[in-house]
Design a protein around this ligand. Structure first.
Ligand code: S3P
Length: 189
């Protein structure tokens, strides 16, 4: 991927050069949606949030899906939605924090996409998730201990992602830059 400079803002080339979708994975609060949206803009491709797609398909919020149908039903819908998105044109896909734990979802992402693990320390995650109360898993107790527990269980799976990037506090563009650089290095390798 060549860099094109137009007055200070760095862009990677137009959409057709993105061969595979980019799937952002990582814990709740890692910045998958925030970074994903900006990354897509920089790459000139569409951004899609898997959680929003699941809500659209179900006609209700994730909180309600968990409450009315249970987590297993949510995971089933999540798998279906992500497999559909990965089969579509190259775009940036923000996955929900638990999606990459599912073997079929992981297989599809690996097969037809490039996975990026957005990593953040627990304190950062806790501060970020505190801003919203839309996440049913965090409503069950102390968010910090829940996130610690999830990190322990999930990190080995996230570690299977093609690219690992620190999602530090500070300008979002710095994280986007790091993802783009890692994508370029990967392509050059
Ligand atoms: C979940 C993360 C959420 C959402 C659901 C379950 C999880 O997405 O999919 O509440 O299992 O970690 P975000 O990671 O976008 O918050």
């Amino acid at each position: 991927m060549d860099k094109v400079n137009d007055g200070g803002t760095e862009h990677v080339p137009p959409p057709h050069t993105l061969e595979k979708s980019i799937a952002l994975v990582g814990l709740m609060g890692a910045g998958k949606t925030t970074i994903g949206r900006r990354l897509a803009k920089r790459l000139g491709v569409d951004f899609v949030d898997a959680d929003a797609e699941i809500e659209k398909a179900a006609g209700c919020s994730i909180k309600d899906i968990f409450e009315c149908y249970g987590e297993a039903a949510f995971r089933e819908g999540e798998r279906r939605v992500i497999c559909r998105l990965m089969a579509g044109p190259p775009q940036v896909v923000a996955t929900g924090g638990g999606a990459f734990m599912d073997p079929e979802t992981r297989r599809r992402v690996k097969e037809s996409g490039v996975s990026v693990w957005l990593k953040a320390d627990i304190k950062t995650l806790v501060a970020r998730v505190g801003k919203r109360d839309t996440r049913p898993l965090l409503a069950k107790g102390d968010p910090e201990s829940i996130l610690r527990d999830l990190a322990e269980k999930r990190n080995p799976f996230y570690a299977e992602a093609d690219i690992h990037v620190e999602s530090r506090d500070g300008p979002h563009d710095a994280v986007v830059d790091a993802v783009i650089e890692a994508l370029q290095n990967r392509q050059a390798a």
